[in-house]
Design a protein around this ligand. Structure first.
Ligand SMILES: NC(=O)c1ccc[n+]([C@@H]2O[C@H](COP(=O)([O-])OP(=O)(O)OC[C@H]3O[C@@H](n4cnc5c(N)ncnc54)[C@H](O)[C@@H]3O)[C@@H](O)[C@H]2O)c1
Length: 293
């Protein structure tokens, strides 16, 4: 996530300084960023806008914004923000790219929790426009506005998450859908391939241009209410991960990486699925860049 976030800002002319403690990741960073630029065929991209360092203090010495994208471990995040507060200029805003840890928990024991906000980029950050900007009860409201404006100027689509709830907005929606998808398979209503086909060939076709609430307005809220009256009580409302998921994980069926998850995957099928996704997102991103230039 970190190298692609660096690309996002460098591609619009910001000076970006990346702190990377691991040698291999540090040595390949510039090459990985250049690959992004090539795939998007960006003109005028200045790789010199990006400096890579093995010193956090040096990286933070002259910055207005810090975006943390280290592993999803609360103690690591707390520690790095303590160091950011120590080394980064006083005026700088400190942001975490956590996928789901509460910003409040990351910020609360630090000396300056008001400087910390959430900036949840979606993977891959250079292709997916959305960034959820999360306000914690400690966050300085003015920082939220500054971050939202900055994200827009970097071609992102920021949304303000006004309360620091687990999963923010996107992951709550995504995992509500996944819970029902797993329940359908677990209850023998259909297999995993059928669930995916229904989404991809059905309502998924509309989702990129019409959100679920816009769609409710389109079909009429009275219809939505009528459906909810009989359907909601039928939907899965498990408060814990389902047995089907737990058993697969316990059996080492983790998905593409192990050759089987909800379905079986050969290496070439996994590769093809990954390439299909990247090609699709890259084509959309290229059209967006072309339109904006
Ligand atoms: N991968 C995703 O799909 C995704 C999506 C959205 C948000 N996120 C979030 O972004 C963050 C990073 O995720 P990722 O998938 O890029 O992880 P990753 O493991 O691929 O990368 C983490 C990087 O942090 C470096 N690192 C490790 N410890 C460090 C430390 N103490 N200080 C500084 N750098 C350190 C590592 O060398 C590595 O380069 C996590 O919080 C994750 O939840 C990930």
């Amino acid at each position: 996530m970190g190298h692609a976030i660096a690309y996002v800002f460098a591609s619009v002319g910001h000076q970006v300084s990346v702190f990377e403690p691991e040698k291999e990741a540090r040595d390949t960073l510039i090459e990985r960023i250049l690959r992004i630029s090539e795939s998007l065929e960006t003109k005028d991209f200045e790789i010199q806008n990006i400096l890579v360092s093995d010193s956090l203090e040096k990286s933070l010495s002259d910055c207005d914004l810090v975006i943390e994208a280290i592993p999803e471990k609360l103690e690591l995040k707390k520690d790095i923000f303590d160091q950011c507060i120590k080394f980064a200029p006083k005026h700088s805003i400190l942001a975490t790219n956590t996928s789901g840890l509460p910003i409040t928990l990351i910020a609360e024991d630090t000396k300056e929790p008001n400087r910390i906000v959430g900036t949840h980029f979606w993977n891959p950050p250079h292709l997916v426009p959305l960034v959820e900007v999360i306000e914690s009860p400690y966050s300085d409201r003015n920082n939220i506005k500054i971050i939202m404006d900055l994200m827009r100027s970097a071609g992102k689509v920021p949304v303000h998450v006004e309360k620091d709830v687990p999963g923010f907005i996107g992951n709550r929606l995504q995992h509500a859908l996944k819970r029902e998808a797993i329940a359908l398979v677990e209850q023998g209503i259909c297999d995993a391939e059928t669930v995916d086909l229904v989404v991809k060939e059905g309502f998924g076709q509309r989702l990129a241009v019409m959100g679920p609430l816009e769609n409710s307005d389109l079909v009429g809220l009275n219809l939505t209410l009528d459906i909810h009256e009989f359907l909601l009580k039928e939907l899965d409302n498990s408060a814990k991960p389902q047995e089907l998921l737990r058993n697969k994980v316990n059996d080492g069926k983790l998905g593409m990486s192990t050759g089987e998850g909800f379905r079986k995957w050969t290496k070439s099928e996994s590769l093809a699925a990954h390439e299909r996704l990247v090609r699709h997102l890259t084509n959309i991103a290229k059209r967006r860049i072309k339109k904006g230039s």
